[in-house]
Design a protein around this ligand. Structure first.
Ligand code: F6P
Length: 341
């Protein structure tokens, strides 16, 4: 059997750990040939692929990024995209695909399953916003990076009696902001799920200054002010129609400086959250997802995604996995609010 593997969407730490696990178990347990498709769905569309052997995955467990490359290619935006993919898979003798990705990549995987292509999904995203799994790998690493940044920013903020606004990733869901904000002792956490009152944020910030502390505010890139809109640097969208976010941190820091008369600075953590080595937690989760994805392919369970439920890896239909996003519930946000101001 020849099994293809691809990584799509934004990269994240742990992708290589999945590729390694798929390759090791696929070859050693099942005697499969593994084919790596490059650059997400671009690979199966164009035939850009290469065999992956045990040597290729020898040193990649702890390496960030993906040895296969990634892209946000949407085959449904290409003329005859599905037919092209079917032809490439037939030409390459590939019987099944393991697609590692987030909502967009797995949404395509789900549609391709409906077209008769054998796909098993593996959930990844630093945003942790896939509803069908308790956690996606990449999230833990991103939270660690953001928390370390907050710890560092706190000491410089205190030295200069400034407010520091830390903008983290999180398009539709504020999980990174929530977890890094709680772990870093932030005085305000703003998430896309809860439009924020600028007046309230100013009040919390002032209260912190009055107590001789330097306020730390963590804001998700997708957070929006009440009666406002997302802050965008450009109007650029990707192949799945997502607009490029970024800028709310700088906007808020300027607003705070204007309204409090105190110095404010914004730091955008951006892609540092996606780069570098995965945490031990992400390495283990990614490895387990890879092993279980191989089991799903071996069992012919196409149209399934592997998912974490508690400490178990289970399989859920891709259709269910991509149906809705996992957002921060009110009660989780309320826990963090106790520490605001
Ligand atoms: O992969 C998810 C994500 O990291 C989002 O949090 C962020 O909005 C987006 O990717 C950024 O994408 P890009 O790397 O294409 O700018």
């Amino acid at each position: 059997m020849r099994v293809g593997v691809l990584t799509g969407g934004g990269d994240c730490p742990g992708l290589n750990a999945v590729i390694r696990a798929v390759t090791r178990k696929g070859i050693e347990t099942h005697g499969w040939e593994i084919v790596g498709f490059r650059s997400g769905w671009q690979g199966p569309l164009t035939g850009d692929c290469r065999p992956i052997g045990l040597d290729d995955v020898e040193d990649i467990l702890a390496r960030g990024g993906t040895i296969l490359g990634s892209s946000r290619t949407n085959p449904y935006k290409e003329d005859g995209g599905v037919e092209k993919i079917k032809k490439v898979l037939a030409d390459q003798g590939v019987d099944a695909l393991i697609a590692i990705g987030g909502e967009d990549t797995l949404g395509v995987a789900n549609k391709l399953t409906g077209e008769g292509i054998g796909v098993v999904g593996v959930p990844k995203t630093i945003d942790n916003d896939l509803d069908a799994t308790d956690y996606t790998f990449g999230f833990d690493t991103a939270v660690h990076i953001a928390t370390e940044a907050i710890d560092r920013l706190r000491t410089t903020a205190e030295s200069h009696h400034r407010a520091l606004v830390v903008e983290v990733m999180g398009r539709h869901a504020g999980w990174i902001a929530l977890h890094s904000g709680v772990a870093g002792g932030a005085n305000v956490i703003l998430v896309p799920e809860r439009p924020f009152s600028v007046n309230k944020v100013v009040e919390w910030t002032q209260r912190r200054f009055e107590r001789q502390y330097a306020p730390i505010l963590v804001v998700a890139e997708g957070a929006i002010p009440e009666n406002g809109a997302e802050v965008l640097q450009t109007g650029e969208t990707d192949a799945f129609g997502h607009v490029r976010l970024g800028g709310v941190g700088t906007w808020l820091a300027d607003e705070l400086a204007r309204q409090t008369g105190k110095e404010s600075r914004a730091v955008v953590l951006g892609h540092t959250q996606r780069g570098g080595i995965p945490t031990a937690y992400d390495r283990v989760l990614a490895t387990r997802f890879g092993l279980h994805a191989v089991d799903a392919v071996a069992g012919g369970e196409f149209g399934a995604m592997v998912a974490l439920r508690g400490t178990d890896i289970v399989r859920v239909p891709l259709s269910e996995a991509t149906a809705k996003l996992k957002t921060v519930p009110d009660e989780r946000y309320a826990e963090a609010e106790v520490f605001f101001g």
